[in-house]
Design a protein around this ligand. Structure first.
Ligand code: SF4
Ligand code: SF4
Length: 457
C-alpha cells in the first residue's frame, strides 16, 4: 500500500481502531493520538503484529485444526517480476512468504502439478520446517493424460517434488461434469488406487475440486466415495449466479455451498477474490464497500464474506507478494464474521459489479500457452480493468460525453500487451476452449474484443 496516498477507508479504519481500542496486541494505533500517527508515512495499515495469528477452525471429522486462510501456491512470485508461466519462480521470495505464513499461523498450503513449478518450490520452502507444522494439499491434474500409469507417475512425482511421504489433502483436480469425473478417475481405475493410498495413509484425506453445475455436484456427492472435503469457487459476485459461458445449466456458489453443508462435507474455497478482480473493483464500488466495511480492503471484504460461512474449512488466496500476504494475515487475525445484513449488502454490491460487463477470467492460465501466442488472460485483464475503471468505450454510443476519453484509455491499456499477443492474433483454433475451468468461450470473446478494437478505429 502506498503510504503517501492513504485513503479514506484506511483513515477511517485507524480512527475506529483507535476509538474502540480494538487493536490491542497489534502494531495499529490504539489512541486518538496514535490514530493521527497512522496518517504519517511510517504507518503500515495492514501490517499485522508479529504475535498476530490467523484464526483456525477445528474439524473433528478430519482430526485437524486448519487455518481459515490457506495459501494458494499457484501465483508465487517469479524472478524479475516476470508473469509468464514458464518464467522461473523466485525461490527466495517463496521461502520468505512461506516462513511468514507459518509464523502467522497459516498451516494449509494448496498446490498442484498443473501449477508449473509450484509443487517443487512449495516443497523446498516447506521442508525447511517440521512436517507436522503444515498441511499439504495437492491434486491429480490428469487433464492431458488420464492413463492409470501416467496418473501413478504424477502422484509419485508430487511426493518427490513436495519432499514428503504423504499428502494431507489430495484432490481430484477441477472436475467439471459427471462424465469428466468418470473419464479421468473411474473408467481408468484411478479411484480405487487413490482409495488404497488413503487406507495406507499416503493420502490422509481425499476430496475434489469442482468447476461445474449445481446438478453435477449434487450427483457427485451422492456417490459412495466418502468425500472428506470438496473445493468450490465461492465469492459474493458468484453467490447467486456463477456464469458458465458454455452452459445454460444453473450454477451458483450458494447452492454448491449449501449442498455440501447439508451433507457435513467441509468446504475449501477457491477464487474468493475471483482471481484478484474483487481486490481491484471500480472506485464507485470500492467507496460503497468502504462505507459499510471501513476496516477492510475490498479483498478483505471478499475473503471475509467467503470465510464467514461455518462450513468453510479453509479460504484459499493465491498470494503473489508480501503486501497481499500481510494484508490477508491482517484480515484473518482480526477476523469478524459477516452476518445476514452484511451479506444482503454484498448482494447489492454484486449487482453493482455485474452492471459493468466482465469476462469471468480468474487469470489461472490453464488455457495457456496459446499456439498463436495470444496472451489470453492478459487480453481479458485489459478488458475487465477498463470496465472496472468505467472506461470501457461503447462504439455504438459515440454520443457518450466520455466516449473519447474512454477510447483513449482503453486503447492505451490495450497497447501494453506485448506485440503479437493481442486478440488479433487469435485464429479461432479452439485449442483453449476445453481448458478453461470458467467455461469462457475464449475464441468468441477474442472475436468480440478484436471487433471492439476495430470499431474504435
Ligand atoms: S482459439 Fe485463439 S486464443 Fe484460443 S488457442 Fe486458438 S488462437 Fe489461441
Ligand atoms: S481464460 Fe479461463 S483458463 Fe484462461 S486464464 Fe482465464 S479463467 Fe483461466
Amino acid at each position: 500500500m502506498d503510504n503517501k496516498n492513504i485513503s479514506r477507508r484506511e483513515a477511517l479504519r485507524a480512527m475506529m481502531l483507535a476509538g474502540a481500542g480494538l487493536a490491542a496486541g497489534s502494531t495499529l494505533a490504539t489512541s486518538p493520538l496514535a490514530a493521527k500517527s497512522f496518517l504519517s508515512q511510517d504507518w503500515k495499515p495492514t501490517e499485522p503484529a508479529e504475535s498476530d495469528k490467523v484464526i483456525h477452525r477445528d474439524w473433528p471429522s478430519l482430526g485437524s485444526s486448519i487455518s481459515l486462510l490457506g495459501m494458494g501456491c499457484m501465483r508465487f512470485p517469479r524472478k524479475g517480476g516476470a508473469t509468464g508461466r514458464n518464467a522461473p519462480l523466485d525461490q527466495e521470495a517463496v521461502n520468505t512468504m512461506i516462513d511468514y505464513a507459518l509464523q502467522h499461523g497459516i498451516n494449509y498450503f494448496d498446490t498442484a502439478p498443473a501449477y508449473g513449478d509450484s509443487e517443487r518450490a512449495t516443497g523446498e520452502a516447506l521442508s525447511r520446517h517440521p512436517r507436522e507444522s503444515y498441511m499439504i494439499a495437492t491434486k491429480m491434474s490428469n487433464f492431458r493424460n488420464s492413463d492409470l500409469g501416467a496418473c501413478k507417475k504424477m502422484f509419485s512425482t508430487s511426493l518427490k517434488n513436495l519432499r514428503t511421504k504423504y499428502v494431507d489433502y489430495f484432490l481430484l483436480h477441477s472436475i467439471d461434469s459427471v462424465s469428466d469425473f468418470r473419464k479421468r478417475f473411474v473408467d481408468n481405475g484411478l479411484l480405487p488406487y487413490l482409495q488404497g493410498l488413503r487406507k495406507k495413509g499416503t493420502i490422509r484425506h481425499l476430496g475434489f475440486s469442482f468447476h461445474g453445475s449445481n446438478a453435477a455436484l449434487k450427483e457427485l456427492i451422492e456417490m459412495p466415495y466418502n468425500w472428506e472435503f470438496v473445493q468450490i469457487q465461492m465469492n459474493y459476485v458468484d453467490w447467486k449466479h456463477m456464469p458458465l459461458d458454455d452452459s445454460d445449466e444453473p450454477c451458483d456458489s450458494e447452492t454448491l455451498y449449501r449442498m455440501l453443508e447439508a451433507k457435513h462435507i467441509p468446504v475449501v474455497i477457491m477464487e474468493p477474490i475471483r482471481g484478484g478482480a474483487l481486490a481491484n473493483v471500480s472506485k464507485g464500488l470500492e467507496n460503497k464497500l468502504a462505507e459499510r466495511f471501513p476496516m477492510l480492503s475490498p479483498a478483505g471484504v471478499a475473503l471475509t464474506f467467503a470465510a464467514s460461512f461455518p462450513g468453510v474449512m479453509c479460504t484459499l488466496s493465491g498470494m503473489s507478494n508480501m503486501k497481499q500476504l500481510t494484508e490477508n494475515v491482517y484480515t484473518f487475525s482480526h477476523f469478524q464474521p459477516f452476518g445476514p445484513k452484511d451479506n444482503d449488502y454484498l448482494m447489492e454490491m454484486a449487482k453493482l459489479y455485474n452492471s459493468n460487463p466482465h469476462i469471468p477470467c480468474t487469470g489461472c492460465r490453464y488455457c495457456m500457452p496459446c499456439p498463436r501466442k495470444v496472451d489470453i488472460p492478459g487480453v481479458f485483464a485489459v478488458y475487465n480493468g477498463a470496465s472496472d475503471a468505467l472506461m470501457l468505450p461503447d462504439p455504438s454510443n459515440k454520443k457518450d460525453r466520455q466516449f473519447k476519453a474512454k477510447r483513449k484509455v482503453f486503447l492505451k491499456r490495450y497497447a501494453t500487451l506485448a506485440e503479437g499477443t493481442d486478440a488479433s492474433a487469435c485464429v479461432q483454433c479452439r485449442a483453449c476452449l476445453s481448458k478453461c475451468p470458467q467455461k469462457i468461450r475464449i475464441p468468441a470473446q477474442m472475436e468480440m474484443i478484436q471487433k471492439l478494437v476495430k470499431d474504435l478505429g
